[in-house]
Ligand binder design. Structure first.
Ligand SMILES: [Zn+2]
Ligand SMILES: [Zn+2]
Length: 685
C-alpha cells in the first residue's frame, strides 16, 4: 500500500468529544506548519492550522480522512505565532486548537479557499492621510526616556533586553513616547503593536497615530469592528502591509512578520485579562512575545500593577519615569473630606459636603467644569420595605436588583432580569417602599436640586448604551455645554478634558474593605486617573482639586493619594500581600465549577482535590476547600470555586498540566456539573 503523507491539524474540537485538538489527516503532499486548511470533522467542516506534533505523527491509520482544502492564498502562520499559541495553551491550560482558533478573526473560521482568495485579491492597504506632523518639543524627562529606549544598554545582547515599565503620571506625555518609539521602529522597516485597555479609547489614539504617520498603513483590531473589517485588518498585518496595529487585548495575537515594538498602555488595567475561554493576560503575553520575537516592550502606567512593580524591584524590568506633567502643570491638590465630621440632615450626611458644593458652585460661576465620580450606576442599589424588610433581590442571582428610576425598573446587573418597579411591597403590601443608597441617576437628580440652573450630564453604562452615545456626550463636555459631569469609571479613563478643574470621588470607601484583594489597587488607580482628568491645562492646574469624601480619612490609601506617592502605596500594598500570602508573592489558579445545585459542583471539586493528591507538583501546591464566590448564583446557576496556591509557579504549572486530563475524565462522571474551568492568575478570588 502506498504511503500517503499525513498532516497534523490544530482544530477547535468540542472538549466533551475527548478527541484532543491535534488531529491527523491525509493530503497529497506535505504542508508546512502554520498553513490554514479546511478539514472534515464528523459531518462538519472546520478551519484549522497545520501543526507540528511534538510526539510525531500518530500510528498509521487507514481510517484517516483527507483534508478538504488548503487556504493557500494566505501564507502559513509564522513559527513565532505558533509558539505564542502553544505557550498560551500550556500556561492557561487550554487546548492548542481552541486557543489557535479563538485568536484568529472569526470570519476566517468560516470562509473556504475560494472566498479567502477573493478577499486576498481585494486586499488594499488604506494609507493614512495625515498631514505633515507639526514638530512637538519634548520635555527634558521625555528626551531622557527616549535616550534610554534608543539602544539596549552597552554590552547587553538584544535578546536579554528587559521589558520597560514606563511609569508616568497622567498628562506626563507617555503617548508622545509611544509615538516617537514607533517612529524609530517604522523607520527601521519594522512594525509596531499598541495595546489599549478599552475600545472606547481606540478612536482617539488612532487619530493621533494617523496624524503622526502620514503615508503609513495603520489598522485596528478589536471586538467592536465588523467581522469583515477585522479580517481585512488582520490580513494586512499578517502580510506585512500594515505598519501599525492598534487594538485591545485580542490584538496581542495578531501575526506580524516585522514586529519591532509592543506597547501596552495602562498596563495595570484589568481588561487586559480575558475572562472567558482561554483566560489569558494580554499584558503578560506581550512580555513573553517581545522576548521571543526579540523586540522591545513598553508597559505604560501612572499606577503600575503590583506584579509589574515587583518585577522592577527584583530587577527583571527596568523602570523609566516621567514625573512631571507636560506644560509644567501639577497634579491637582487633594482634599480629603471626613464625612463623620459633617452635620447630619435628618440623620444622614449631605450628598456633597458643604465645602465641596461651594467649590463646585464657584467653578460653575467661573465657567469651569467639575467631574463627580460615583462608581455605581442606576438610581439606587436596592429597594427596601421598612415594614417587613423585603429587599429587591434577584430571584436568579445572589445579588440585589438595582432600581432604575428613569424607566421605573428593577434591573439585575448580572443576569439582566428586569421587572417594573412594584407599586407596593410584594411581600406585605406596604405602599412605602424606598430606595437605599445612591447611584449615578440619583446623584444626577440630587445635583439638579442642589445646583439650580447648572447643566448636569451623566455618563455611565446606561447613558451610553446606544451606539455613538458616548462620543456625542463627550463632545458636549468638550464643547463646554456641561457644567457638572456625573459618571462611573467610564469617564475616568483616558479622556482628555480641557476645562475640568475639579474632580470629586463622592463615595469611594466600598473598595477599602472589599473581599477582592485587588480592590485597593484598583481604587488607587481609578482615583489617580480621575485626578488626572483635572487641570490638563497648566494655566488651570494651579487651582485644580481632587476631592475625596470618606468615612476613613486616615486610611493609608488616601494618605498616599494626597502625597501622590505611588511608591509608598505600592510598598504598603506589597507588605500586606506578602503577609497574606497573595500575588505577586504566591501564584494562584482557580478551579471553578457550575451546576444547578451547589452541592453537585462542590462534590466535583472535592473529588478533584482527591485526584490531585500524588500528581507531580502537588507537594508544593496548597489546595483550599471549595467555597462559593461572592457572587455565588447567576441566572439560576450556582458557582463554587477552589483555590490552588503555590510559592512556585513551575510547581503549580506541573500540577495543572497533570491535573487537567484527570478533570476532563472526572467531568464525564459528574454529569450534573454544567461547566468547569481553570483560571490561571485570576484577577479576583
Ligand atoms: Zn413589606
Ligand atoms: Zn440576576
Amino acid at each position: 500500500m502506498k504511503n500517503v503523507p499525513r498532516v497534523t491539524v490544530a482544530v477547535d474540537t468540542p472538549q466533551h468529544a475527548g478527541l484532543g485538538s491535534l488531529l491527523d489527516y491525509t493530503h497529497g503532499e506535505p504542508l508546512p506548519p502554520g498553513t490554514l486548511v479546511r478539514v472534515p470533522l464528523g459531518k462538519r467542516e472546520l478551519t484549522g492550522v497545520v501543526w507540528h506534533r511534538a510526539d510525531g505523527p500518530a500510528a498509521t491509520d487507514a481510517q484517516l480522512r483527507p483534508l478538504a482544502e488548503v487556504l493557500d492564498a494566505i501564507a502559513p502562520l509564522p513559527a513565532a505565532w505558533r509558539q505564542l499559541v502553544e505557550f498560551s495553551a500550556g500556561y492557561y491550560q487550554r487546548s492548542v486548537g481552541e486557543v489557535a482558533m479563538s485568536v484568529l478573526p472569526p470570519e476566517l473560521r468560516k470562509l473556504g479557499a475560494t472566498a479567502v482568495s477573493r478577499r486576498m485579491a481585494r486586499l488594499q492597504a488604506p494609507v493614512s492621510a495625515g498631514s505633515a506632523p507639526s514638530p512637538t518639543s519634548l520635555t527634558e524627562e521625555q528626551a531622557g526616556v527616549l535616550d534610554a529606549l534608543a539602544e539596549p544598554p552597552e554590552g547587553v545582547p538584544a535578546a536579554e533586553r528587559q521589558p520597560t515599565l514606563l511609569h508616568g503620571v497622567t498628562g506626563s506625555g507617555k503617548t508622545e513616547i509611544y509615538l516617537r518609539q514607533a517612529e524609530r521602529v517604522l523607520a527601521a522597516g519594522r512594525q509596531a503593536l499598541v495595546l489599549v485597555p478599552e475600545i472606547n479609547l481606540t478612536p482617539q489614539l488612532e487619530a493621533r497615530f494617523a496624524e503622526r504617520f502620514p503615508g503609513r498603513v495603520l489598522v485596528s483590531q478589536h471586538s467592536g469592528m465588523t467581522a469583515a473589517q477585522r479580517l481585512k485588518a488582520w490580513l494586512l498585518a499578517h502580510t506585512g502591509k500594515a505598519d501599525l496595529v492598534l487594538g485591545t487585548r485580542l490584538a496581542v495575537f495578531v501575526p506580524l512578520p516585522r514586529l519591532g515594538l509592543i506597547v501596552v498602555d495602562e498596563e495595570h488595567d484589568p481588561s487586559f485579562k480575558q475572562q472567558e475561554g482561554a483566560r489569558y493576560s494580554a499584558r503578560d503575553l506581550a512580555v513573553y512575545r517581545a522576548r521571543q520575537e526579540n523586540c522591545a516592550v513598553i508597559l505604560g502606567s501612572a499606577t503600575p500593577s503590583l506584579e509589574s512593580w515587583q518585577r522592577v524591584i527584583e530587577g527583571r524590568y527596568r523602570r523609566l519615569v516621567l514625573a512631571g506633567r507636560v506644560g509644567g502643570g501639577t497634579l491637582p491638590h487633594v482634599r480629603i473630606v471626613d464625612m463623620g465630621q459633617l452635620p447630619k440632615q435628618r440623620g444622614a450626611p449631605p450628598v456633597l459636603a458643604p465645602a465641596l458644593l461651594q467649590a463646585v458652585t464657584e467653578r460653575i460661576e467661573r465657567g469651569e467644569q467639575s467631574l463627580l465620580l460615583l462608581n455605581r450606576r442606576g438610581y439606587a442599589p436596592v429597594l427596601h420595605c421598612g415594614a417587613c424588610d423585603w429587599k429587591s433581590a434577584c430571584p436568579h442571582c445572589s445579588a440585589w436588583r438595582v432600581f432604575h428610576k428613569s424607566d421605573r425598573t428593577l434591573r439585575c446587573h448580572h443576569c439582566a432580569y428586569t421587572e417594573r418597579v412594584p407599586k407596593a411591597c410584594p411581600d406585605c403590601g406596604n405602599l412605602d417602599i424606598a430606595p437605599i443608597g445612591r447611584g449615578t441617576e440619583k446623584l444626577e437628580e440630587q445635583l439638579g436640586t442642589l445646583l439650580p440652573g447648572a447643566r448636569i450630564a451623566r455618563i455611565d453604562a446606561d447613558s451610553t448604551r446606544l451606539a455613538g452615545a458616548l462620543q456625542s456626550q463627550l463632545a458636549a463636555v468638550h464643547a463646554g455645554d456641561v457644567d457638572v459631569l456625573v459618571g462611573t469609571q467610564i469617564v475616568a479613563k483616558g479622556h482628555d478634558f480641557r476645562r475640568i478643574t475639579l474632580v470629586a470621588a463622592v463615595n469611594p470607601d466600598g473598595a477599602l474593605f472589599a473581599s477582592d484583594f485587588r480592590a485597593p489597587e484598583r481604587l488607587y488607580s481609578l482615583l489617580m486617573q480621575a485626578a488626572g482628568r483635572a487641570g490638563r491645562d497648566a494655566e488651570q492646574a494651579a487651582r485644580s482639586e481632587m476631592w475625596v469624601q470618606t468615612w476613613h480619612p486616615r486610611h493609608t490609601l488616601y494618605a498616599a493619594l494626597r502625597t501622590g506617592d505611588f511608591e509608598q502605596f505600592a510598598a504598603d500594598q506589597l507588605a500586606e500581600r506578602r503577609a497574606a500570602g497573595l500575588p505577586p508573592y504566591t501564584h494562584l489558579a482557580l478551579l471553578r465549577a457550575e451546576a444547578k445545585d451547589a452541592a453537585m459542583a462542590t462534590a466535583f471539586l472535592h473529588e478533584a482535590t482527591r485526584v490531585a493528591a500524588g500528581l507531580p507538583g502537588s507537594d508544593a501546591v496548597t489546595l483550599y476547600p471549595p467555597v462559593p464566590p461572592t457572587l455565588a448564583r447567576v441566572a439560576g446557576i450556582e458557582r463554587v470555586q477552589m483555590l490552588a496556591e503555590s510559592a512556585s509557579r513551575p510547581a503549580l504549572q506541573r500540577l495543572l498540566a497533570a491535573w487537567l486530563p484527570e478533570l476532563h475524565a472526572l467531568k464525564a462522571r459528574h454529569r450534573s456539573v454544567q461547566r468547569w474551568a481553570v483560571d490561571v492568575d485570576p484577577l479576583a478570588i
